[in-house]
Design a binder for this molecule. Structure first.
Ligand code: ADP
Ligand code: NA
Length: 328
């Protein structure tokens, strides 16, 4: 694990939600303990692929920083930084764009979905951001990338770009491997056929990591389930209650079977309260630490500045070598 270089990122697009927490952040906290070189980026360049108000974006960057620290990300054990503060990300991104064909990007499923949801008014940035992700990863010669299922195709693109670069300019980038998060997708509480997402405009669909106990209880109580009252796990036929079981199991660390077994005799209404209580208990310390950190904007900015300096020190020699290899 001393030889592994881990890279991952999260967009500063509002407060991270329960899906981010269970699907990504808890495994990020583990990885920083296990590996000596771990980089986590607040991907502000990526967040511009969707229009943002400057003030909201600026606030989001500090919010996400505070959430990550509150979840246990420790700047002594990993490198936490803001992507745009290390200019080599964008610079390498450009070089890699010049190695990537248009059809290769057109075939990515996320482009099809996101472009359709922007009514075909998606920007060039929305189209090319998977190449910027490749630059994020390769800039540190990363060897491993923790990803959710939805990012597997993008990591595959990064691997192709690394191979392409190596073939053209000589062996240089490691071809990075996925660390697949074992977590099943947390789904929207209002529409359990789609994933919980920061960009979901529906009220009550998403539990934010910093929601109050009252908000968590309300949202889980209002979660869409079905007409059957017992607790079973059947994601295809009963996505709503199965989503609650997924959340309950991930929060408690118990298996799905154990959670279902424990819940024999509860109706879904009562079960929702049980799940809500477990979520509230788990998130309570995170919420209070978040509030404490938010009081100290200067501290958060200092963490990001130090992180960027360290990231830059790793990125600069790699990028200098890339420039030399391509003929600049
Ligand atoms: P969002 O889709 O909500 O904007 P991001 O794209 O910033 O979230 O994702 C950050 C990380 O959180 C990624 O590793 C992603 O796989 C994970 N993640 C996002 N949504 C979920 C979810 N609903 N369930 C589990 N993991 C998720
Ligand atoms: Na570490």
């Amino acid at each position: 694990n001393g030889l592994k270089r881990i890279f991952s990122g999260i967009q500063p697009s509002g407060i991270p939600h329960l899906g981010n927490y269970l699907g990504a952040l808890t495994s990020w906290v583990k990885l920083q303990e296990e590996c000596s070189c771990v980089l986590y980026s607040i991907a502000d360049l990526h967040s511009l692929t969707i229009p943002r108000e400057p003030a909201a974006l600026r606030a989001s960057i500090l919010d996400v920083t505070a959430v990550l620290l509150a979840c246990g990300i420790n700047p002594q054990k990993c490198l936490l930084f803001q992507q745009s503060q290390v200019s080599e990300h964008a610079e390498l991104g450009w070089i890699l764009e010049c190695l990537t064909s248009v059809p290769r990007l057109q075939h990515l499923p996320q482009w099809k979905v996101k472009n359709a949801s922007q009514m075909n008014e998606g920007t060039v940035g929305l189209f090319t951001y998977p190449v910027l992700q490749a630059a994020d990863i390769l800039l540190y010669k990363s060897t491993h990338v923790p990803v959710g299922e939805d990012q597997v195709q993008h990591l595959e693109l990064t691997r192709d770009i690394a191979r392409h670069f190596n073939k053209k300019y000589g062996e240089f980038f490691p071809v990075p491997k996925a660390i697949l998060t074992p977590m099943k997708k947390v789904r929207s509480l209002r529409d359990p056929t789609s994933k919980m997402s920061k960009s979901d405009p529906q009220k009550l669909a998403t539990v934010s990591i910093t929601d109050s106990p009252e908000e968590i209880l309300l949202k889980i109580r209002k979660a869409v389930t079905d007409f059957m009252s017992e607790v079973t796990y059947d994601p295809d036929r009963r996505p709503g209650v199965s989503n609650l079981v997924t959340i309950h199991s991930a929060i408690t660390g118990l298996s799905v079977e154990e959670v279902v077994h424990q819940s024999v005799g509860l109706d879904t209404a009562r079960y929702k309260t049980v799940v809500a209580e477990a979520v509230i208990a788990k998130l309570a310390p995170v919420r209070s630490e978040f509030k404490r950190l938010k009081e100290d904007g200067g501290y958060l900015e200092k963490i990001l500045r130090t992180g960027a300096e360290k990231a830059k020190a790793l990125a600069a020699p790699v990028y200098a070598e890339v420039k030399r290899l391509v003929g600049f």
